[in-house]
Ligand binder design. Structure first.
Ligand code: VGL
Ligand code: ZN
Length: 205
């Protein structure tokens, strides 16, 4: 059994959004084509409370990009984004969400961030995604979405760690590339751990 995991295709990660990614919206048509080929589709949604500790605005004198200790964990502060119930947190208009079997929200605990769709950054709490997939007999996961060098990367690495055969649909992702070479580094890290890079066009129905 195989499943498609659609990672964080939300307004705030697209041009005009709070954490905009170059070409972020371009993954929508790719995702919609791939979605047609899968019987089991799940999505992740970055879903922060407004008081989240990862937001620079919640720390006096701090700016996005600053690094702080958030409950003994290093945290790069971000612009406020994907606040629960906001437009920025909504899936991008035009993304075909009609066959999403379930949506797993992440980043809901103000005390810890969550890049992976499976666990928070401390691996303290599961979102339920891994358990859900195993319960459904899934052995292969295909992953696309935003951002390649952040949430997609950590979702792929956790999928591998959980024992799923993990395929990264590279043309269905866009990177933040905060630093030059981040996307190449991310792809290298994922493939070294066992992820298989595929193109959306080579996926069979
Ligand atoms: C993401 C930073 C903060 C992502 C989410 O989806 O890549 N990045 N929250
Ligand atoms: Zn976030």
């Amino acid at each position: 059994m195989r499943a498609l995991i659609v990672v964080d295709i939300q307004n705030d990660f697209c041009p005009g959004g709070a954490l905009e990614i170059n070409g972020g919206n371009e993954v929508v048509p790719v995702a919609n084509e791939v979605i047609k080929k899968f019987d089991l589709i799940v999505a992740t949604q970055d879903w922060h409370p407004a008081n989240h500790g990862a937001f620079a605005a919640n720390h006096l004198w701090r700016r996005p990009g600053d690094v702080i200790q958030l409950n003994a964990r290093e945290q790069v502060l971000q612009h406020m984004h994907c606040v629960q119930g906001s437009f920025g947190a909504e899936f991008v208009q035009g993304l075909d969400t009609s066959n999403f079997e379930r949506v797993f929200v992440k980043g809901t605990d103000p005390a810890i961030d969550s890049y992976s769709g499976f666990f928070d950054n401390g691996h303290l709490r599961s979102t339920g995604l891994g358990e859900f997939l195993k319960q459904r007999g899934v052995r292969e996961v295909f992953i696309l979405g935003l951002a390649l060098d952040q949430c997609v990367k950590y979702t792929v690495l956790d999928a591998l760690e959980l024992g799923f055969a993990t395929f990264l649909i590279l043309d269905g992702c866009r990177p933040i590339n905060l630093q030059e070479g981040d996307s190449e580094q991310a792809v290298k890290e994922m493939t070294e751990k066992g992820a298989i890079i595929v193109s959306s066009t080579e996926i069979r129905a």
